[in-house]
Design a protein around this ligand. Structure first.
Ligand SMILES: CC(C)(COP(=O)(O)OP(=O)(O)OC[C@H]1O[C@@H](n2cnc3c(N)ncnc32)[C@H](O)[C@@H]1OP(=O)(O)O)[C@@H](O)C(=O)NCCC(=O)NCCS
Length: 290
C-alpha cells in the first residue's frame, strides 16, 4: 500500500473583483492576448460581466502557472473537455508531466484559482447573500443535513449553509463531477467531517478514483473536516482508497471558501489523520500585475 503521508500542498490565489477593476483588466489587450482560441470563443459567448470574470480568472491561472512552469502565460497548455457533451468546458486540465492539477472559481465574491501537484483539487467561494437568496437548503442538502440545518438557531443558518455549500462545490470540483452529481447526494456529515455519496448509480465521472477517506486539514485556522466518498452500494468507500481532505479558507464575514483535495496515491487509513492539507494563499491581483 502506498503510504505517502506528507501533507498535500495547495497554492491558492485570490482576487477581489470589488477592489480590482476586473472589467478594465479583462479588456486589456495584453490580458486577452494570453488566452487560447477556445478561451476567447468561450468569453465571446458569455454575458459581459461573466466574460470579464472568466477572462480574468483564466489570465490569473495562466500567470501563476506560467511562473511555475517557466513559460509565458500564453504558452501554458490549458484545456477542458466536458465528460457529458464533449465541448471545451468543465474541469480545466494542464497538459504537463508530471501532472499539475488546478481548479477555478469565478462566480462568487472572490475569484480564486488553486494549483496542486499532489492530486486533483477543487476550490469554491460563496457569498451568504447569494446562497441565502437561492433555495439551497431545500435542493442541495441531504435529509440529515437538512435536519441539522433546521435545528440551528436562525442567526447561524446563513453562515452555516454558505460554508456547507462552498465545501460541497469544492468536493464536487475535486471529484470532477460538478453538478452532474446532485449536491443532495453528497452528504458531508455532522460538522462537515465526513462525506458519502448517497444512492446509485454513481456518476461516470466519479469513477473508482473518487473513493475517498480523508484526514485532517488546516488552512489559516480553518476547521478541519474530513470526507469519505461512498458510491453506489457503498462501494466507493474501501480501506486503502485515496482520501478527500477539505480545508476552509479564512475569509471575510459573509463569505465562505473551501479547498478540497482528492488524494491520488492512496493513504494509510490506519492513521487517517496522518496526511494533512497545507493551503498557501497568495494575492491574485499582484500575480496578475504586469
Ligand atoms: C462546477 C460547478 C459546480 C461550479 O459552479 P459555480 O459555483 O457556479 O461556479 P464557479 O465559478 O465556482 O466555478 C466555475 C468553474 O468550475 C470549473 N468546473 C466546471 N465543471 C467542473 C467539473 N465537472 N469538475 C471540476 N471543475 C469544474 C470550471 O473551471 C469553471 O470555470 P471556467 O468555466 O472558467 O473554466 C457547476 O457550475 C457545474 O457543475 N457546472 C457544469 C454542469 C453542467 O452544465 N454539466 C453538463 C454540461 S453539458
Amino acid at each position: 500500500m502506498h503510504t505517502d503521508r506528507h501533507p498535500a500542498s495547495v497554492d491558492v490565489w485570490l482576487l477581489d473583483p470589488s477592489t480590482t477593476p476586473i472589467a478594465r483588466i479583462a479588456a486589456r489587450a495584453t490580458i486577452l492576448a494570453v488566452l487560447g482560441d477556445a478561451e476567447r470563443e468561450r468569453a465571446a459567448a458569455l454575458p459581459e460581466g461573466q466574460a470579464a470574470r472568466f477572462v480574468t480568472a483564466r489570465a490569473l491561472l495562466r500567470a501563476v502557472l506560467g511562473e511555475r512552469l517557466g513559460v509565458p502565460p500564453q504558452g501554458v497548455p490549458l484545456s477542458a473537455r466536458c465528460d457529458v457533451c464533449g465541448r471545451p468546458h468543465g474541469r480545466v486540465r494542464v497538459g504537463v508531466e508530471p501532472p499539475l492539477h488546478v481548479s477555478v472559481t469565478r462566480s462568487g465574491p472572490l475569484l480564486g484559482v488553486a494549483v496542486c501537484a499532489d492530486g486533483p483539487v477543487g476550490i469554491d467561494i460563496e457569498s451568504s447573500l447569494t446562497v441565502g437568496a437561492a433555495p439551497v437548503a431545500d435542493v442541495a442538502l441531504t435529509p440529515s443535513e437538512l435536519a441539522r440545518y433546521r435545528r440551528l438557531p436562525a442567526t447561524e443558518r446563513a453562515s452555516s449553509l454558505t460554508r456547507l455549500w462552498a465545501r460541497k462545490e469544492a468536493v464536487l470540483k475535486a471529484l470532477g463531477a460538478g453538478l452532474d452529481l446532485e449536491p443532495s447526494r453528497l452528504d458531508l456529515g455532522e460538522d462537515g467531517r465526513s462525506a458519502c455519496v448517497l444512492g446509485a448509480p454513481a456518476p461516470r465521472s466519479l469513477g473508482r478514483q473518487a473513493a475517498a477517506t480523508g484526514s485532517t486539514a488546516t488552512a489559516r485556522g480553518a476547521t478541519s473536516p474530513t470526507a469519505t466518498a461512498a458510491g453506489a452500494g457503498g462501494q466507493y468507500s474501501e480501506r486503502g482508497d485515496p482520501g478527500i481532505v477539505l480545508a476552509d479558507l479564512d475569509l471575510d464575514p459573509g463569505i465562505a471558501g473551501s479547498v478540497a483535495f482528492l488524494a491520488a496515491g492512496g493513504s494509510d487509513l490506519a492513521e487517517p489523520a496522518a496526511r494533512g492539507l497545507v493551503v498557501r494563499v497568495h494575492d491574485g491581483a499582484a500575480a496578475l500585475a504586469p
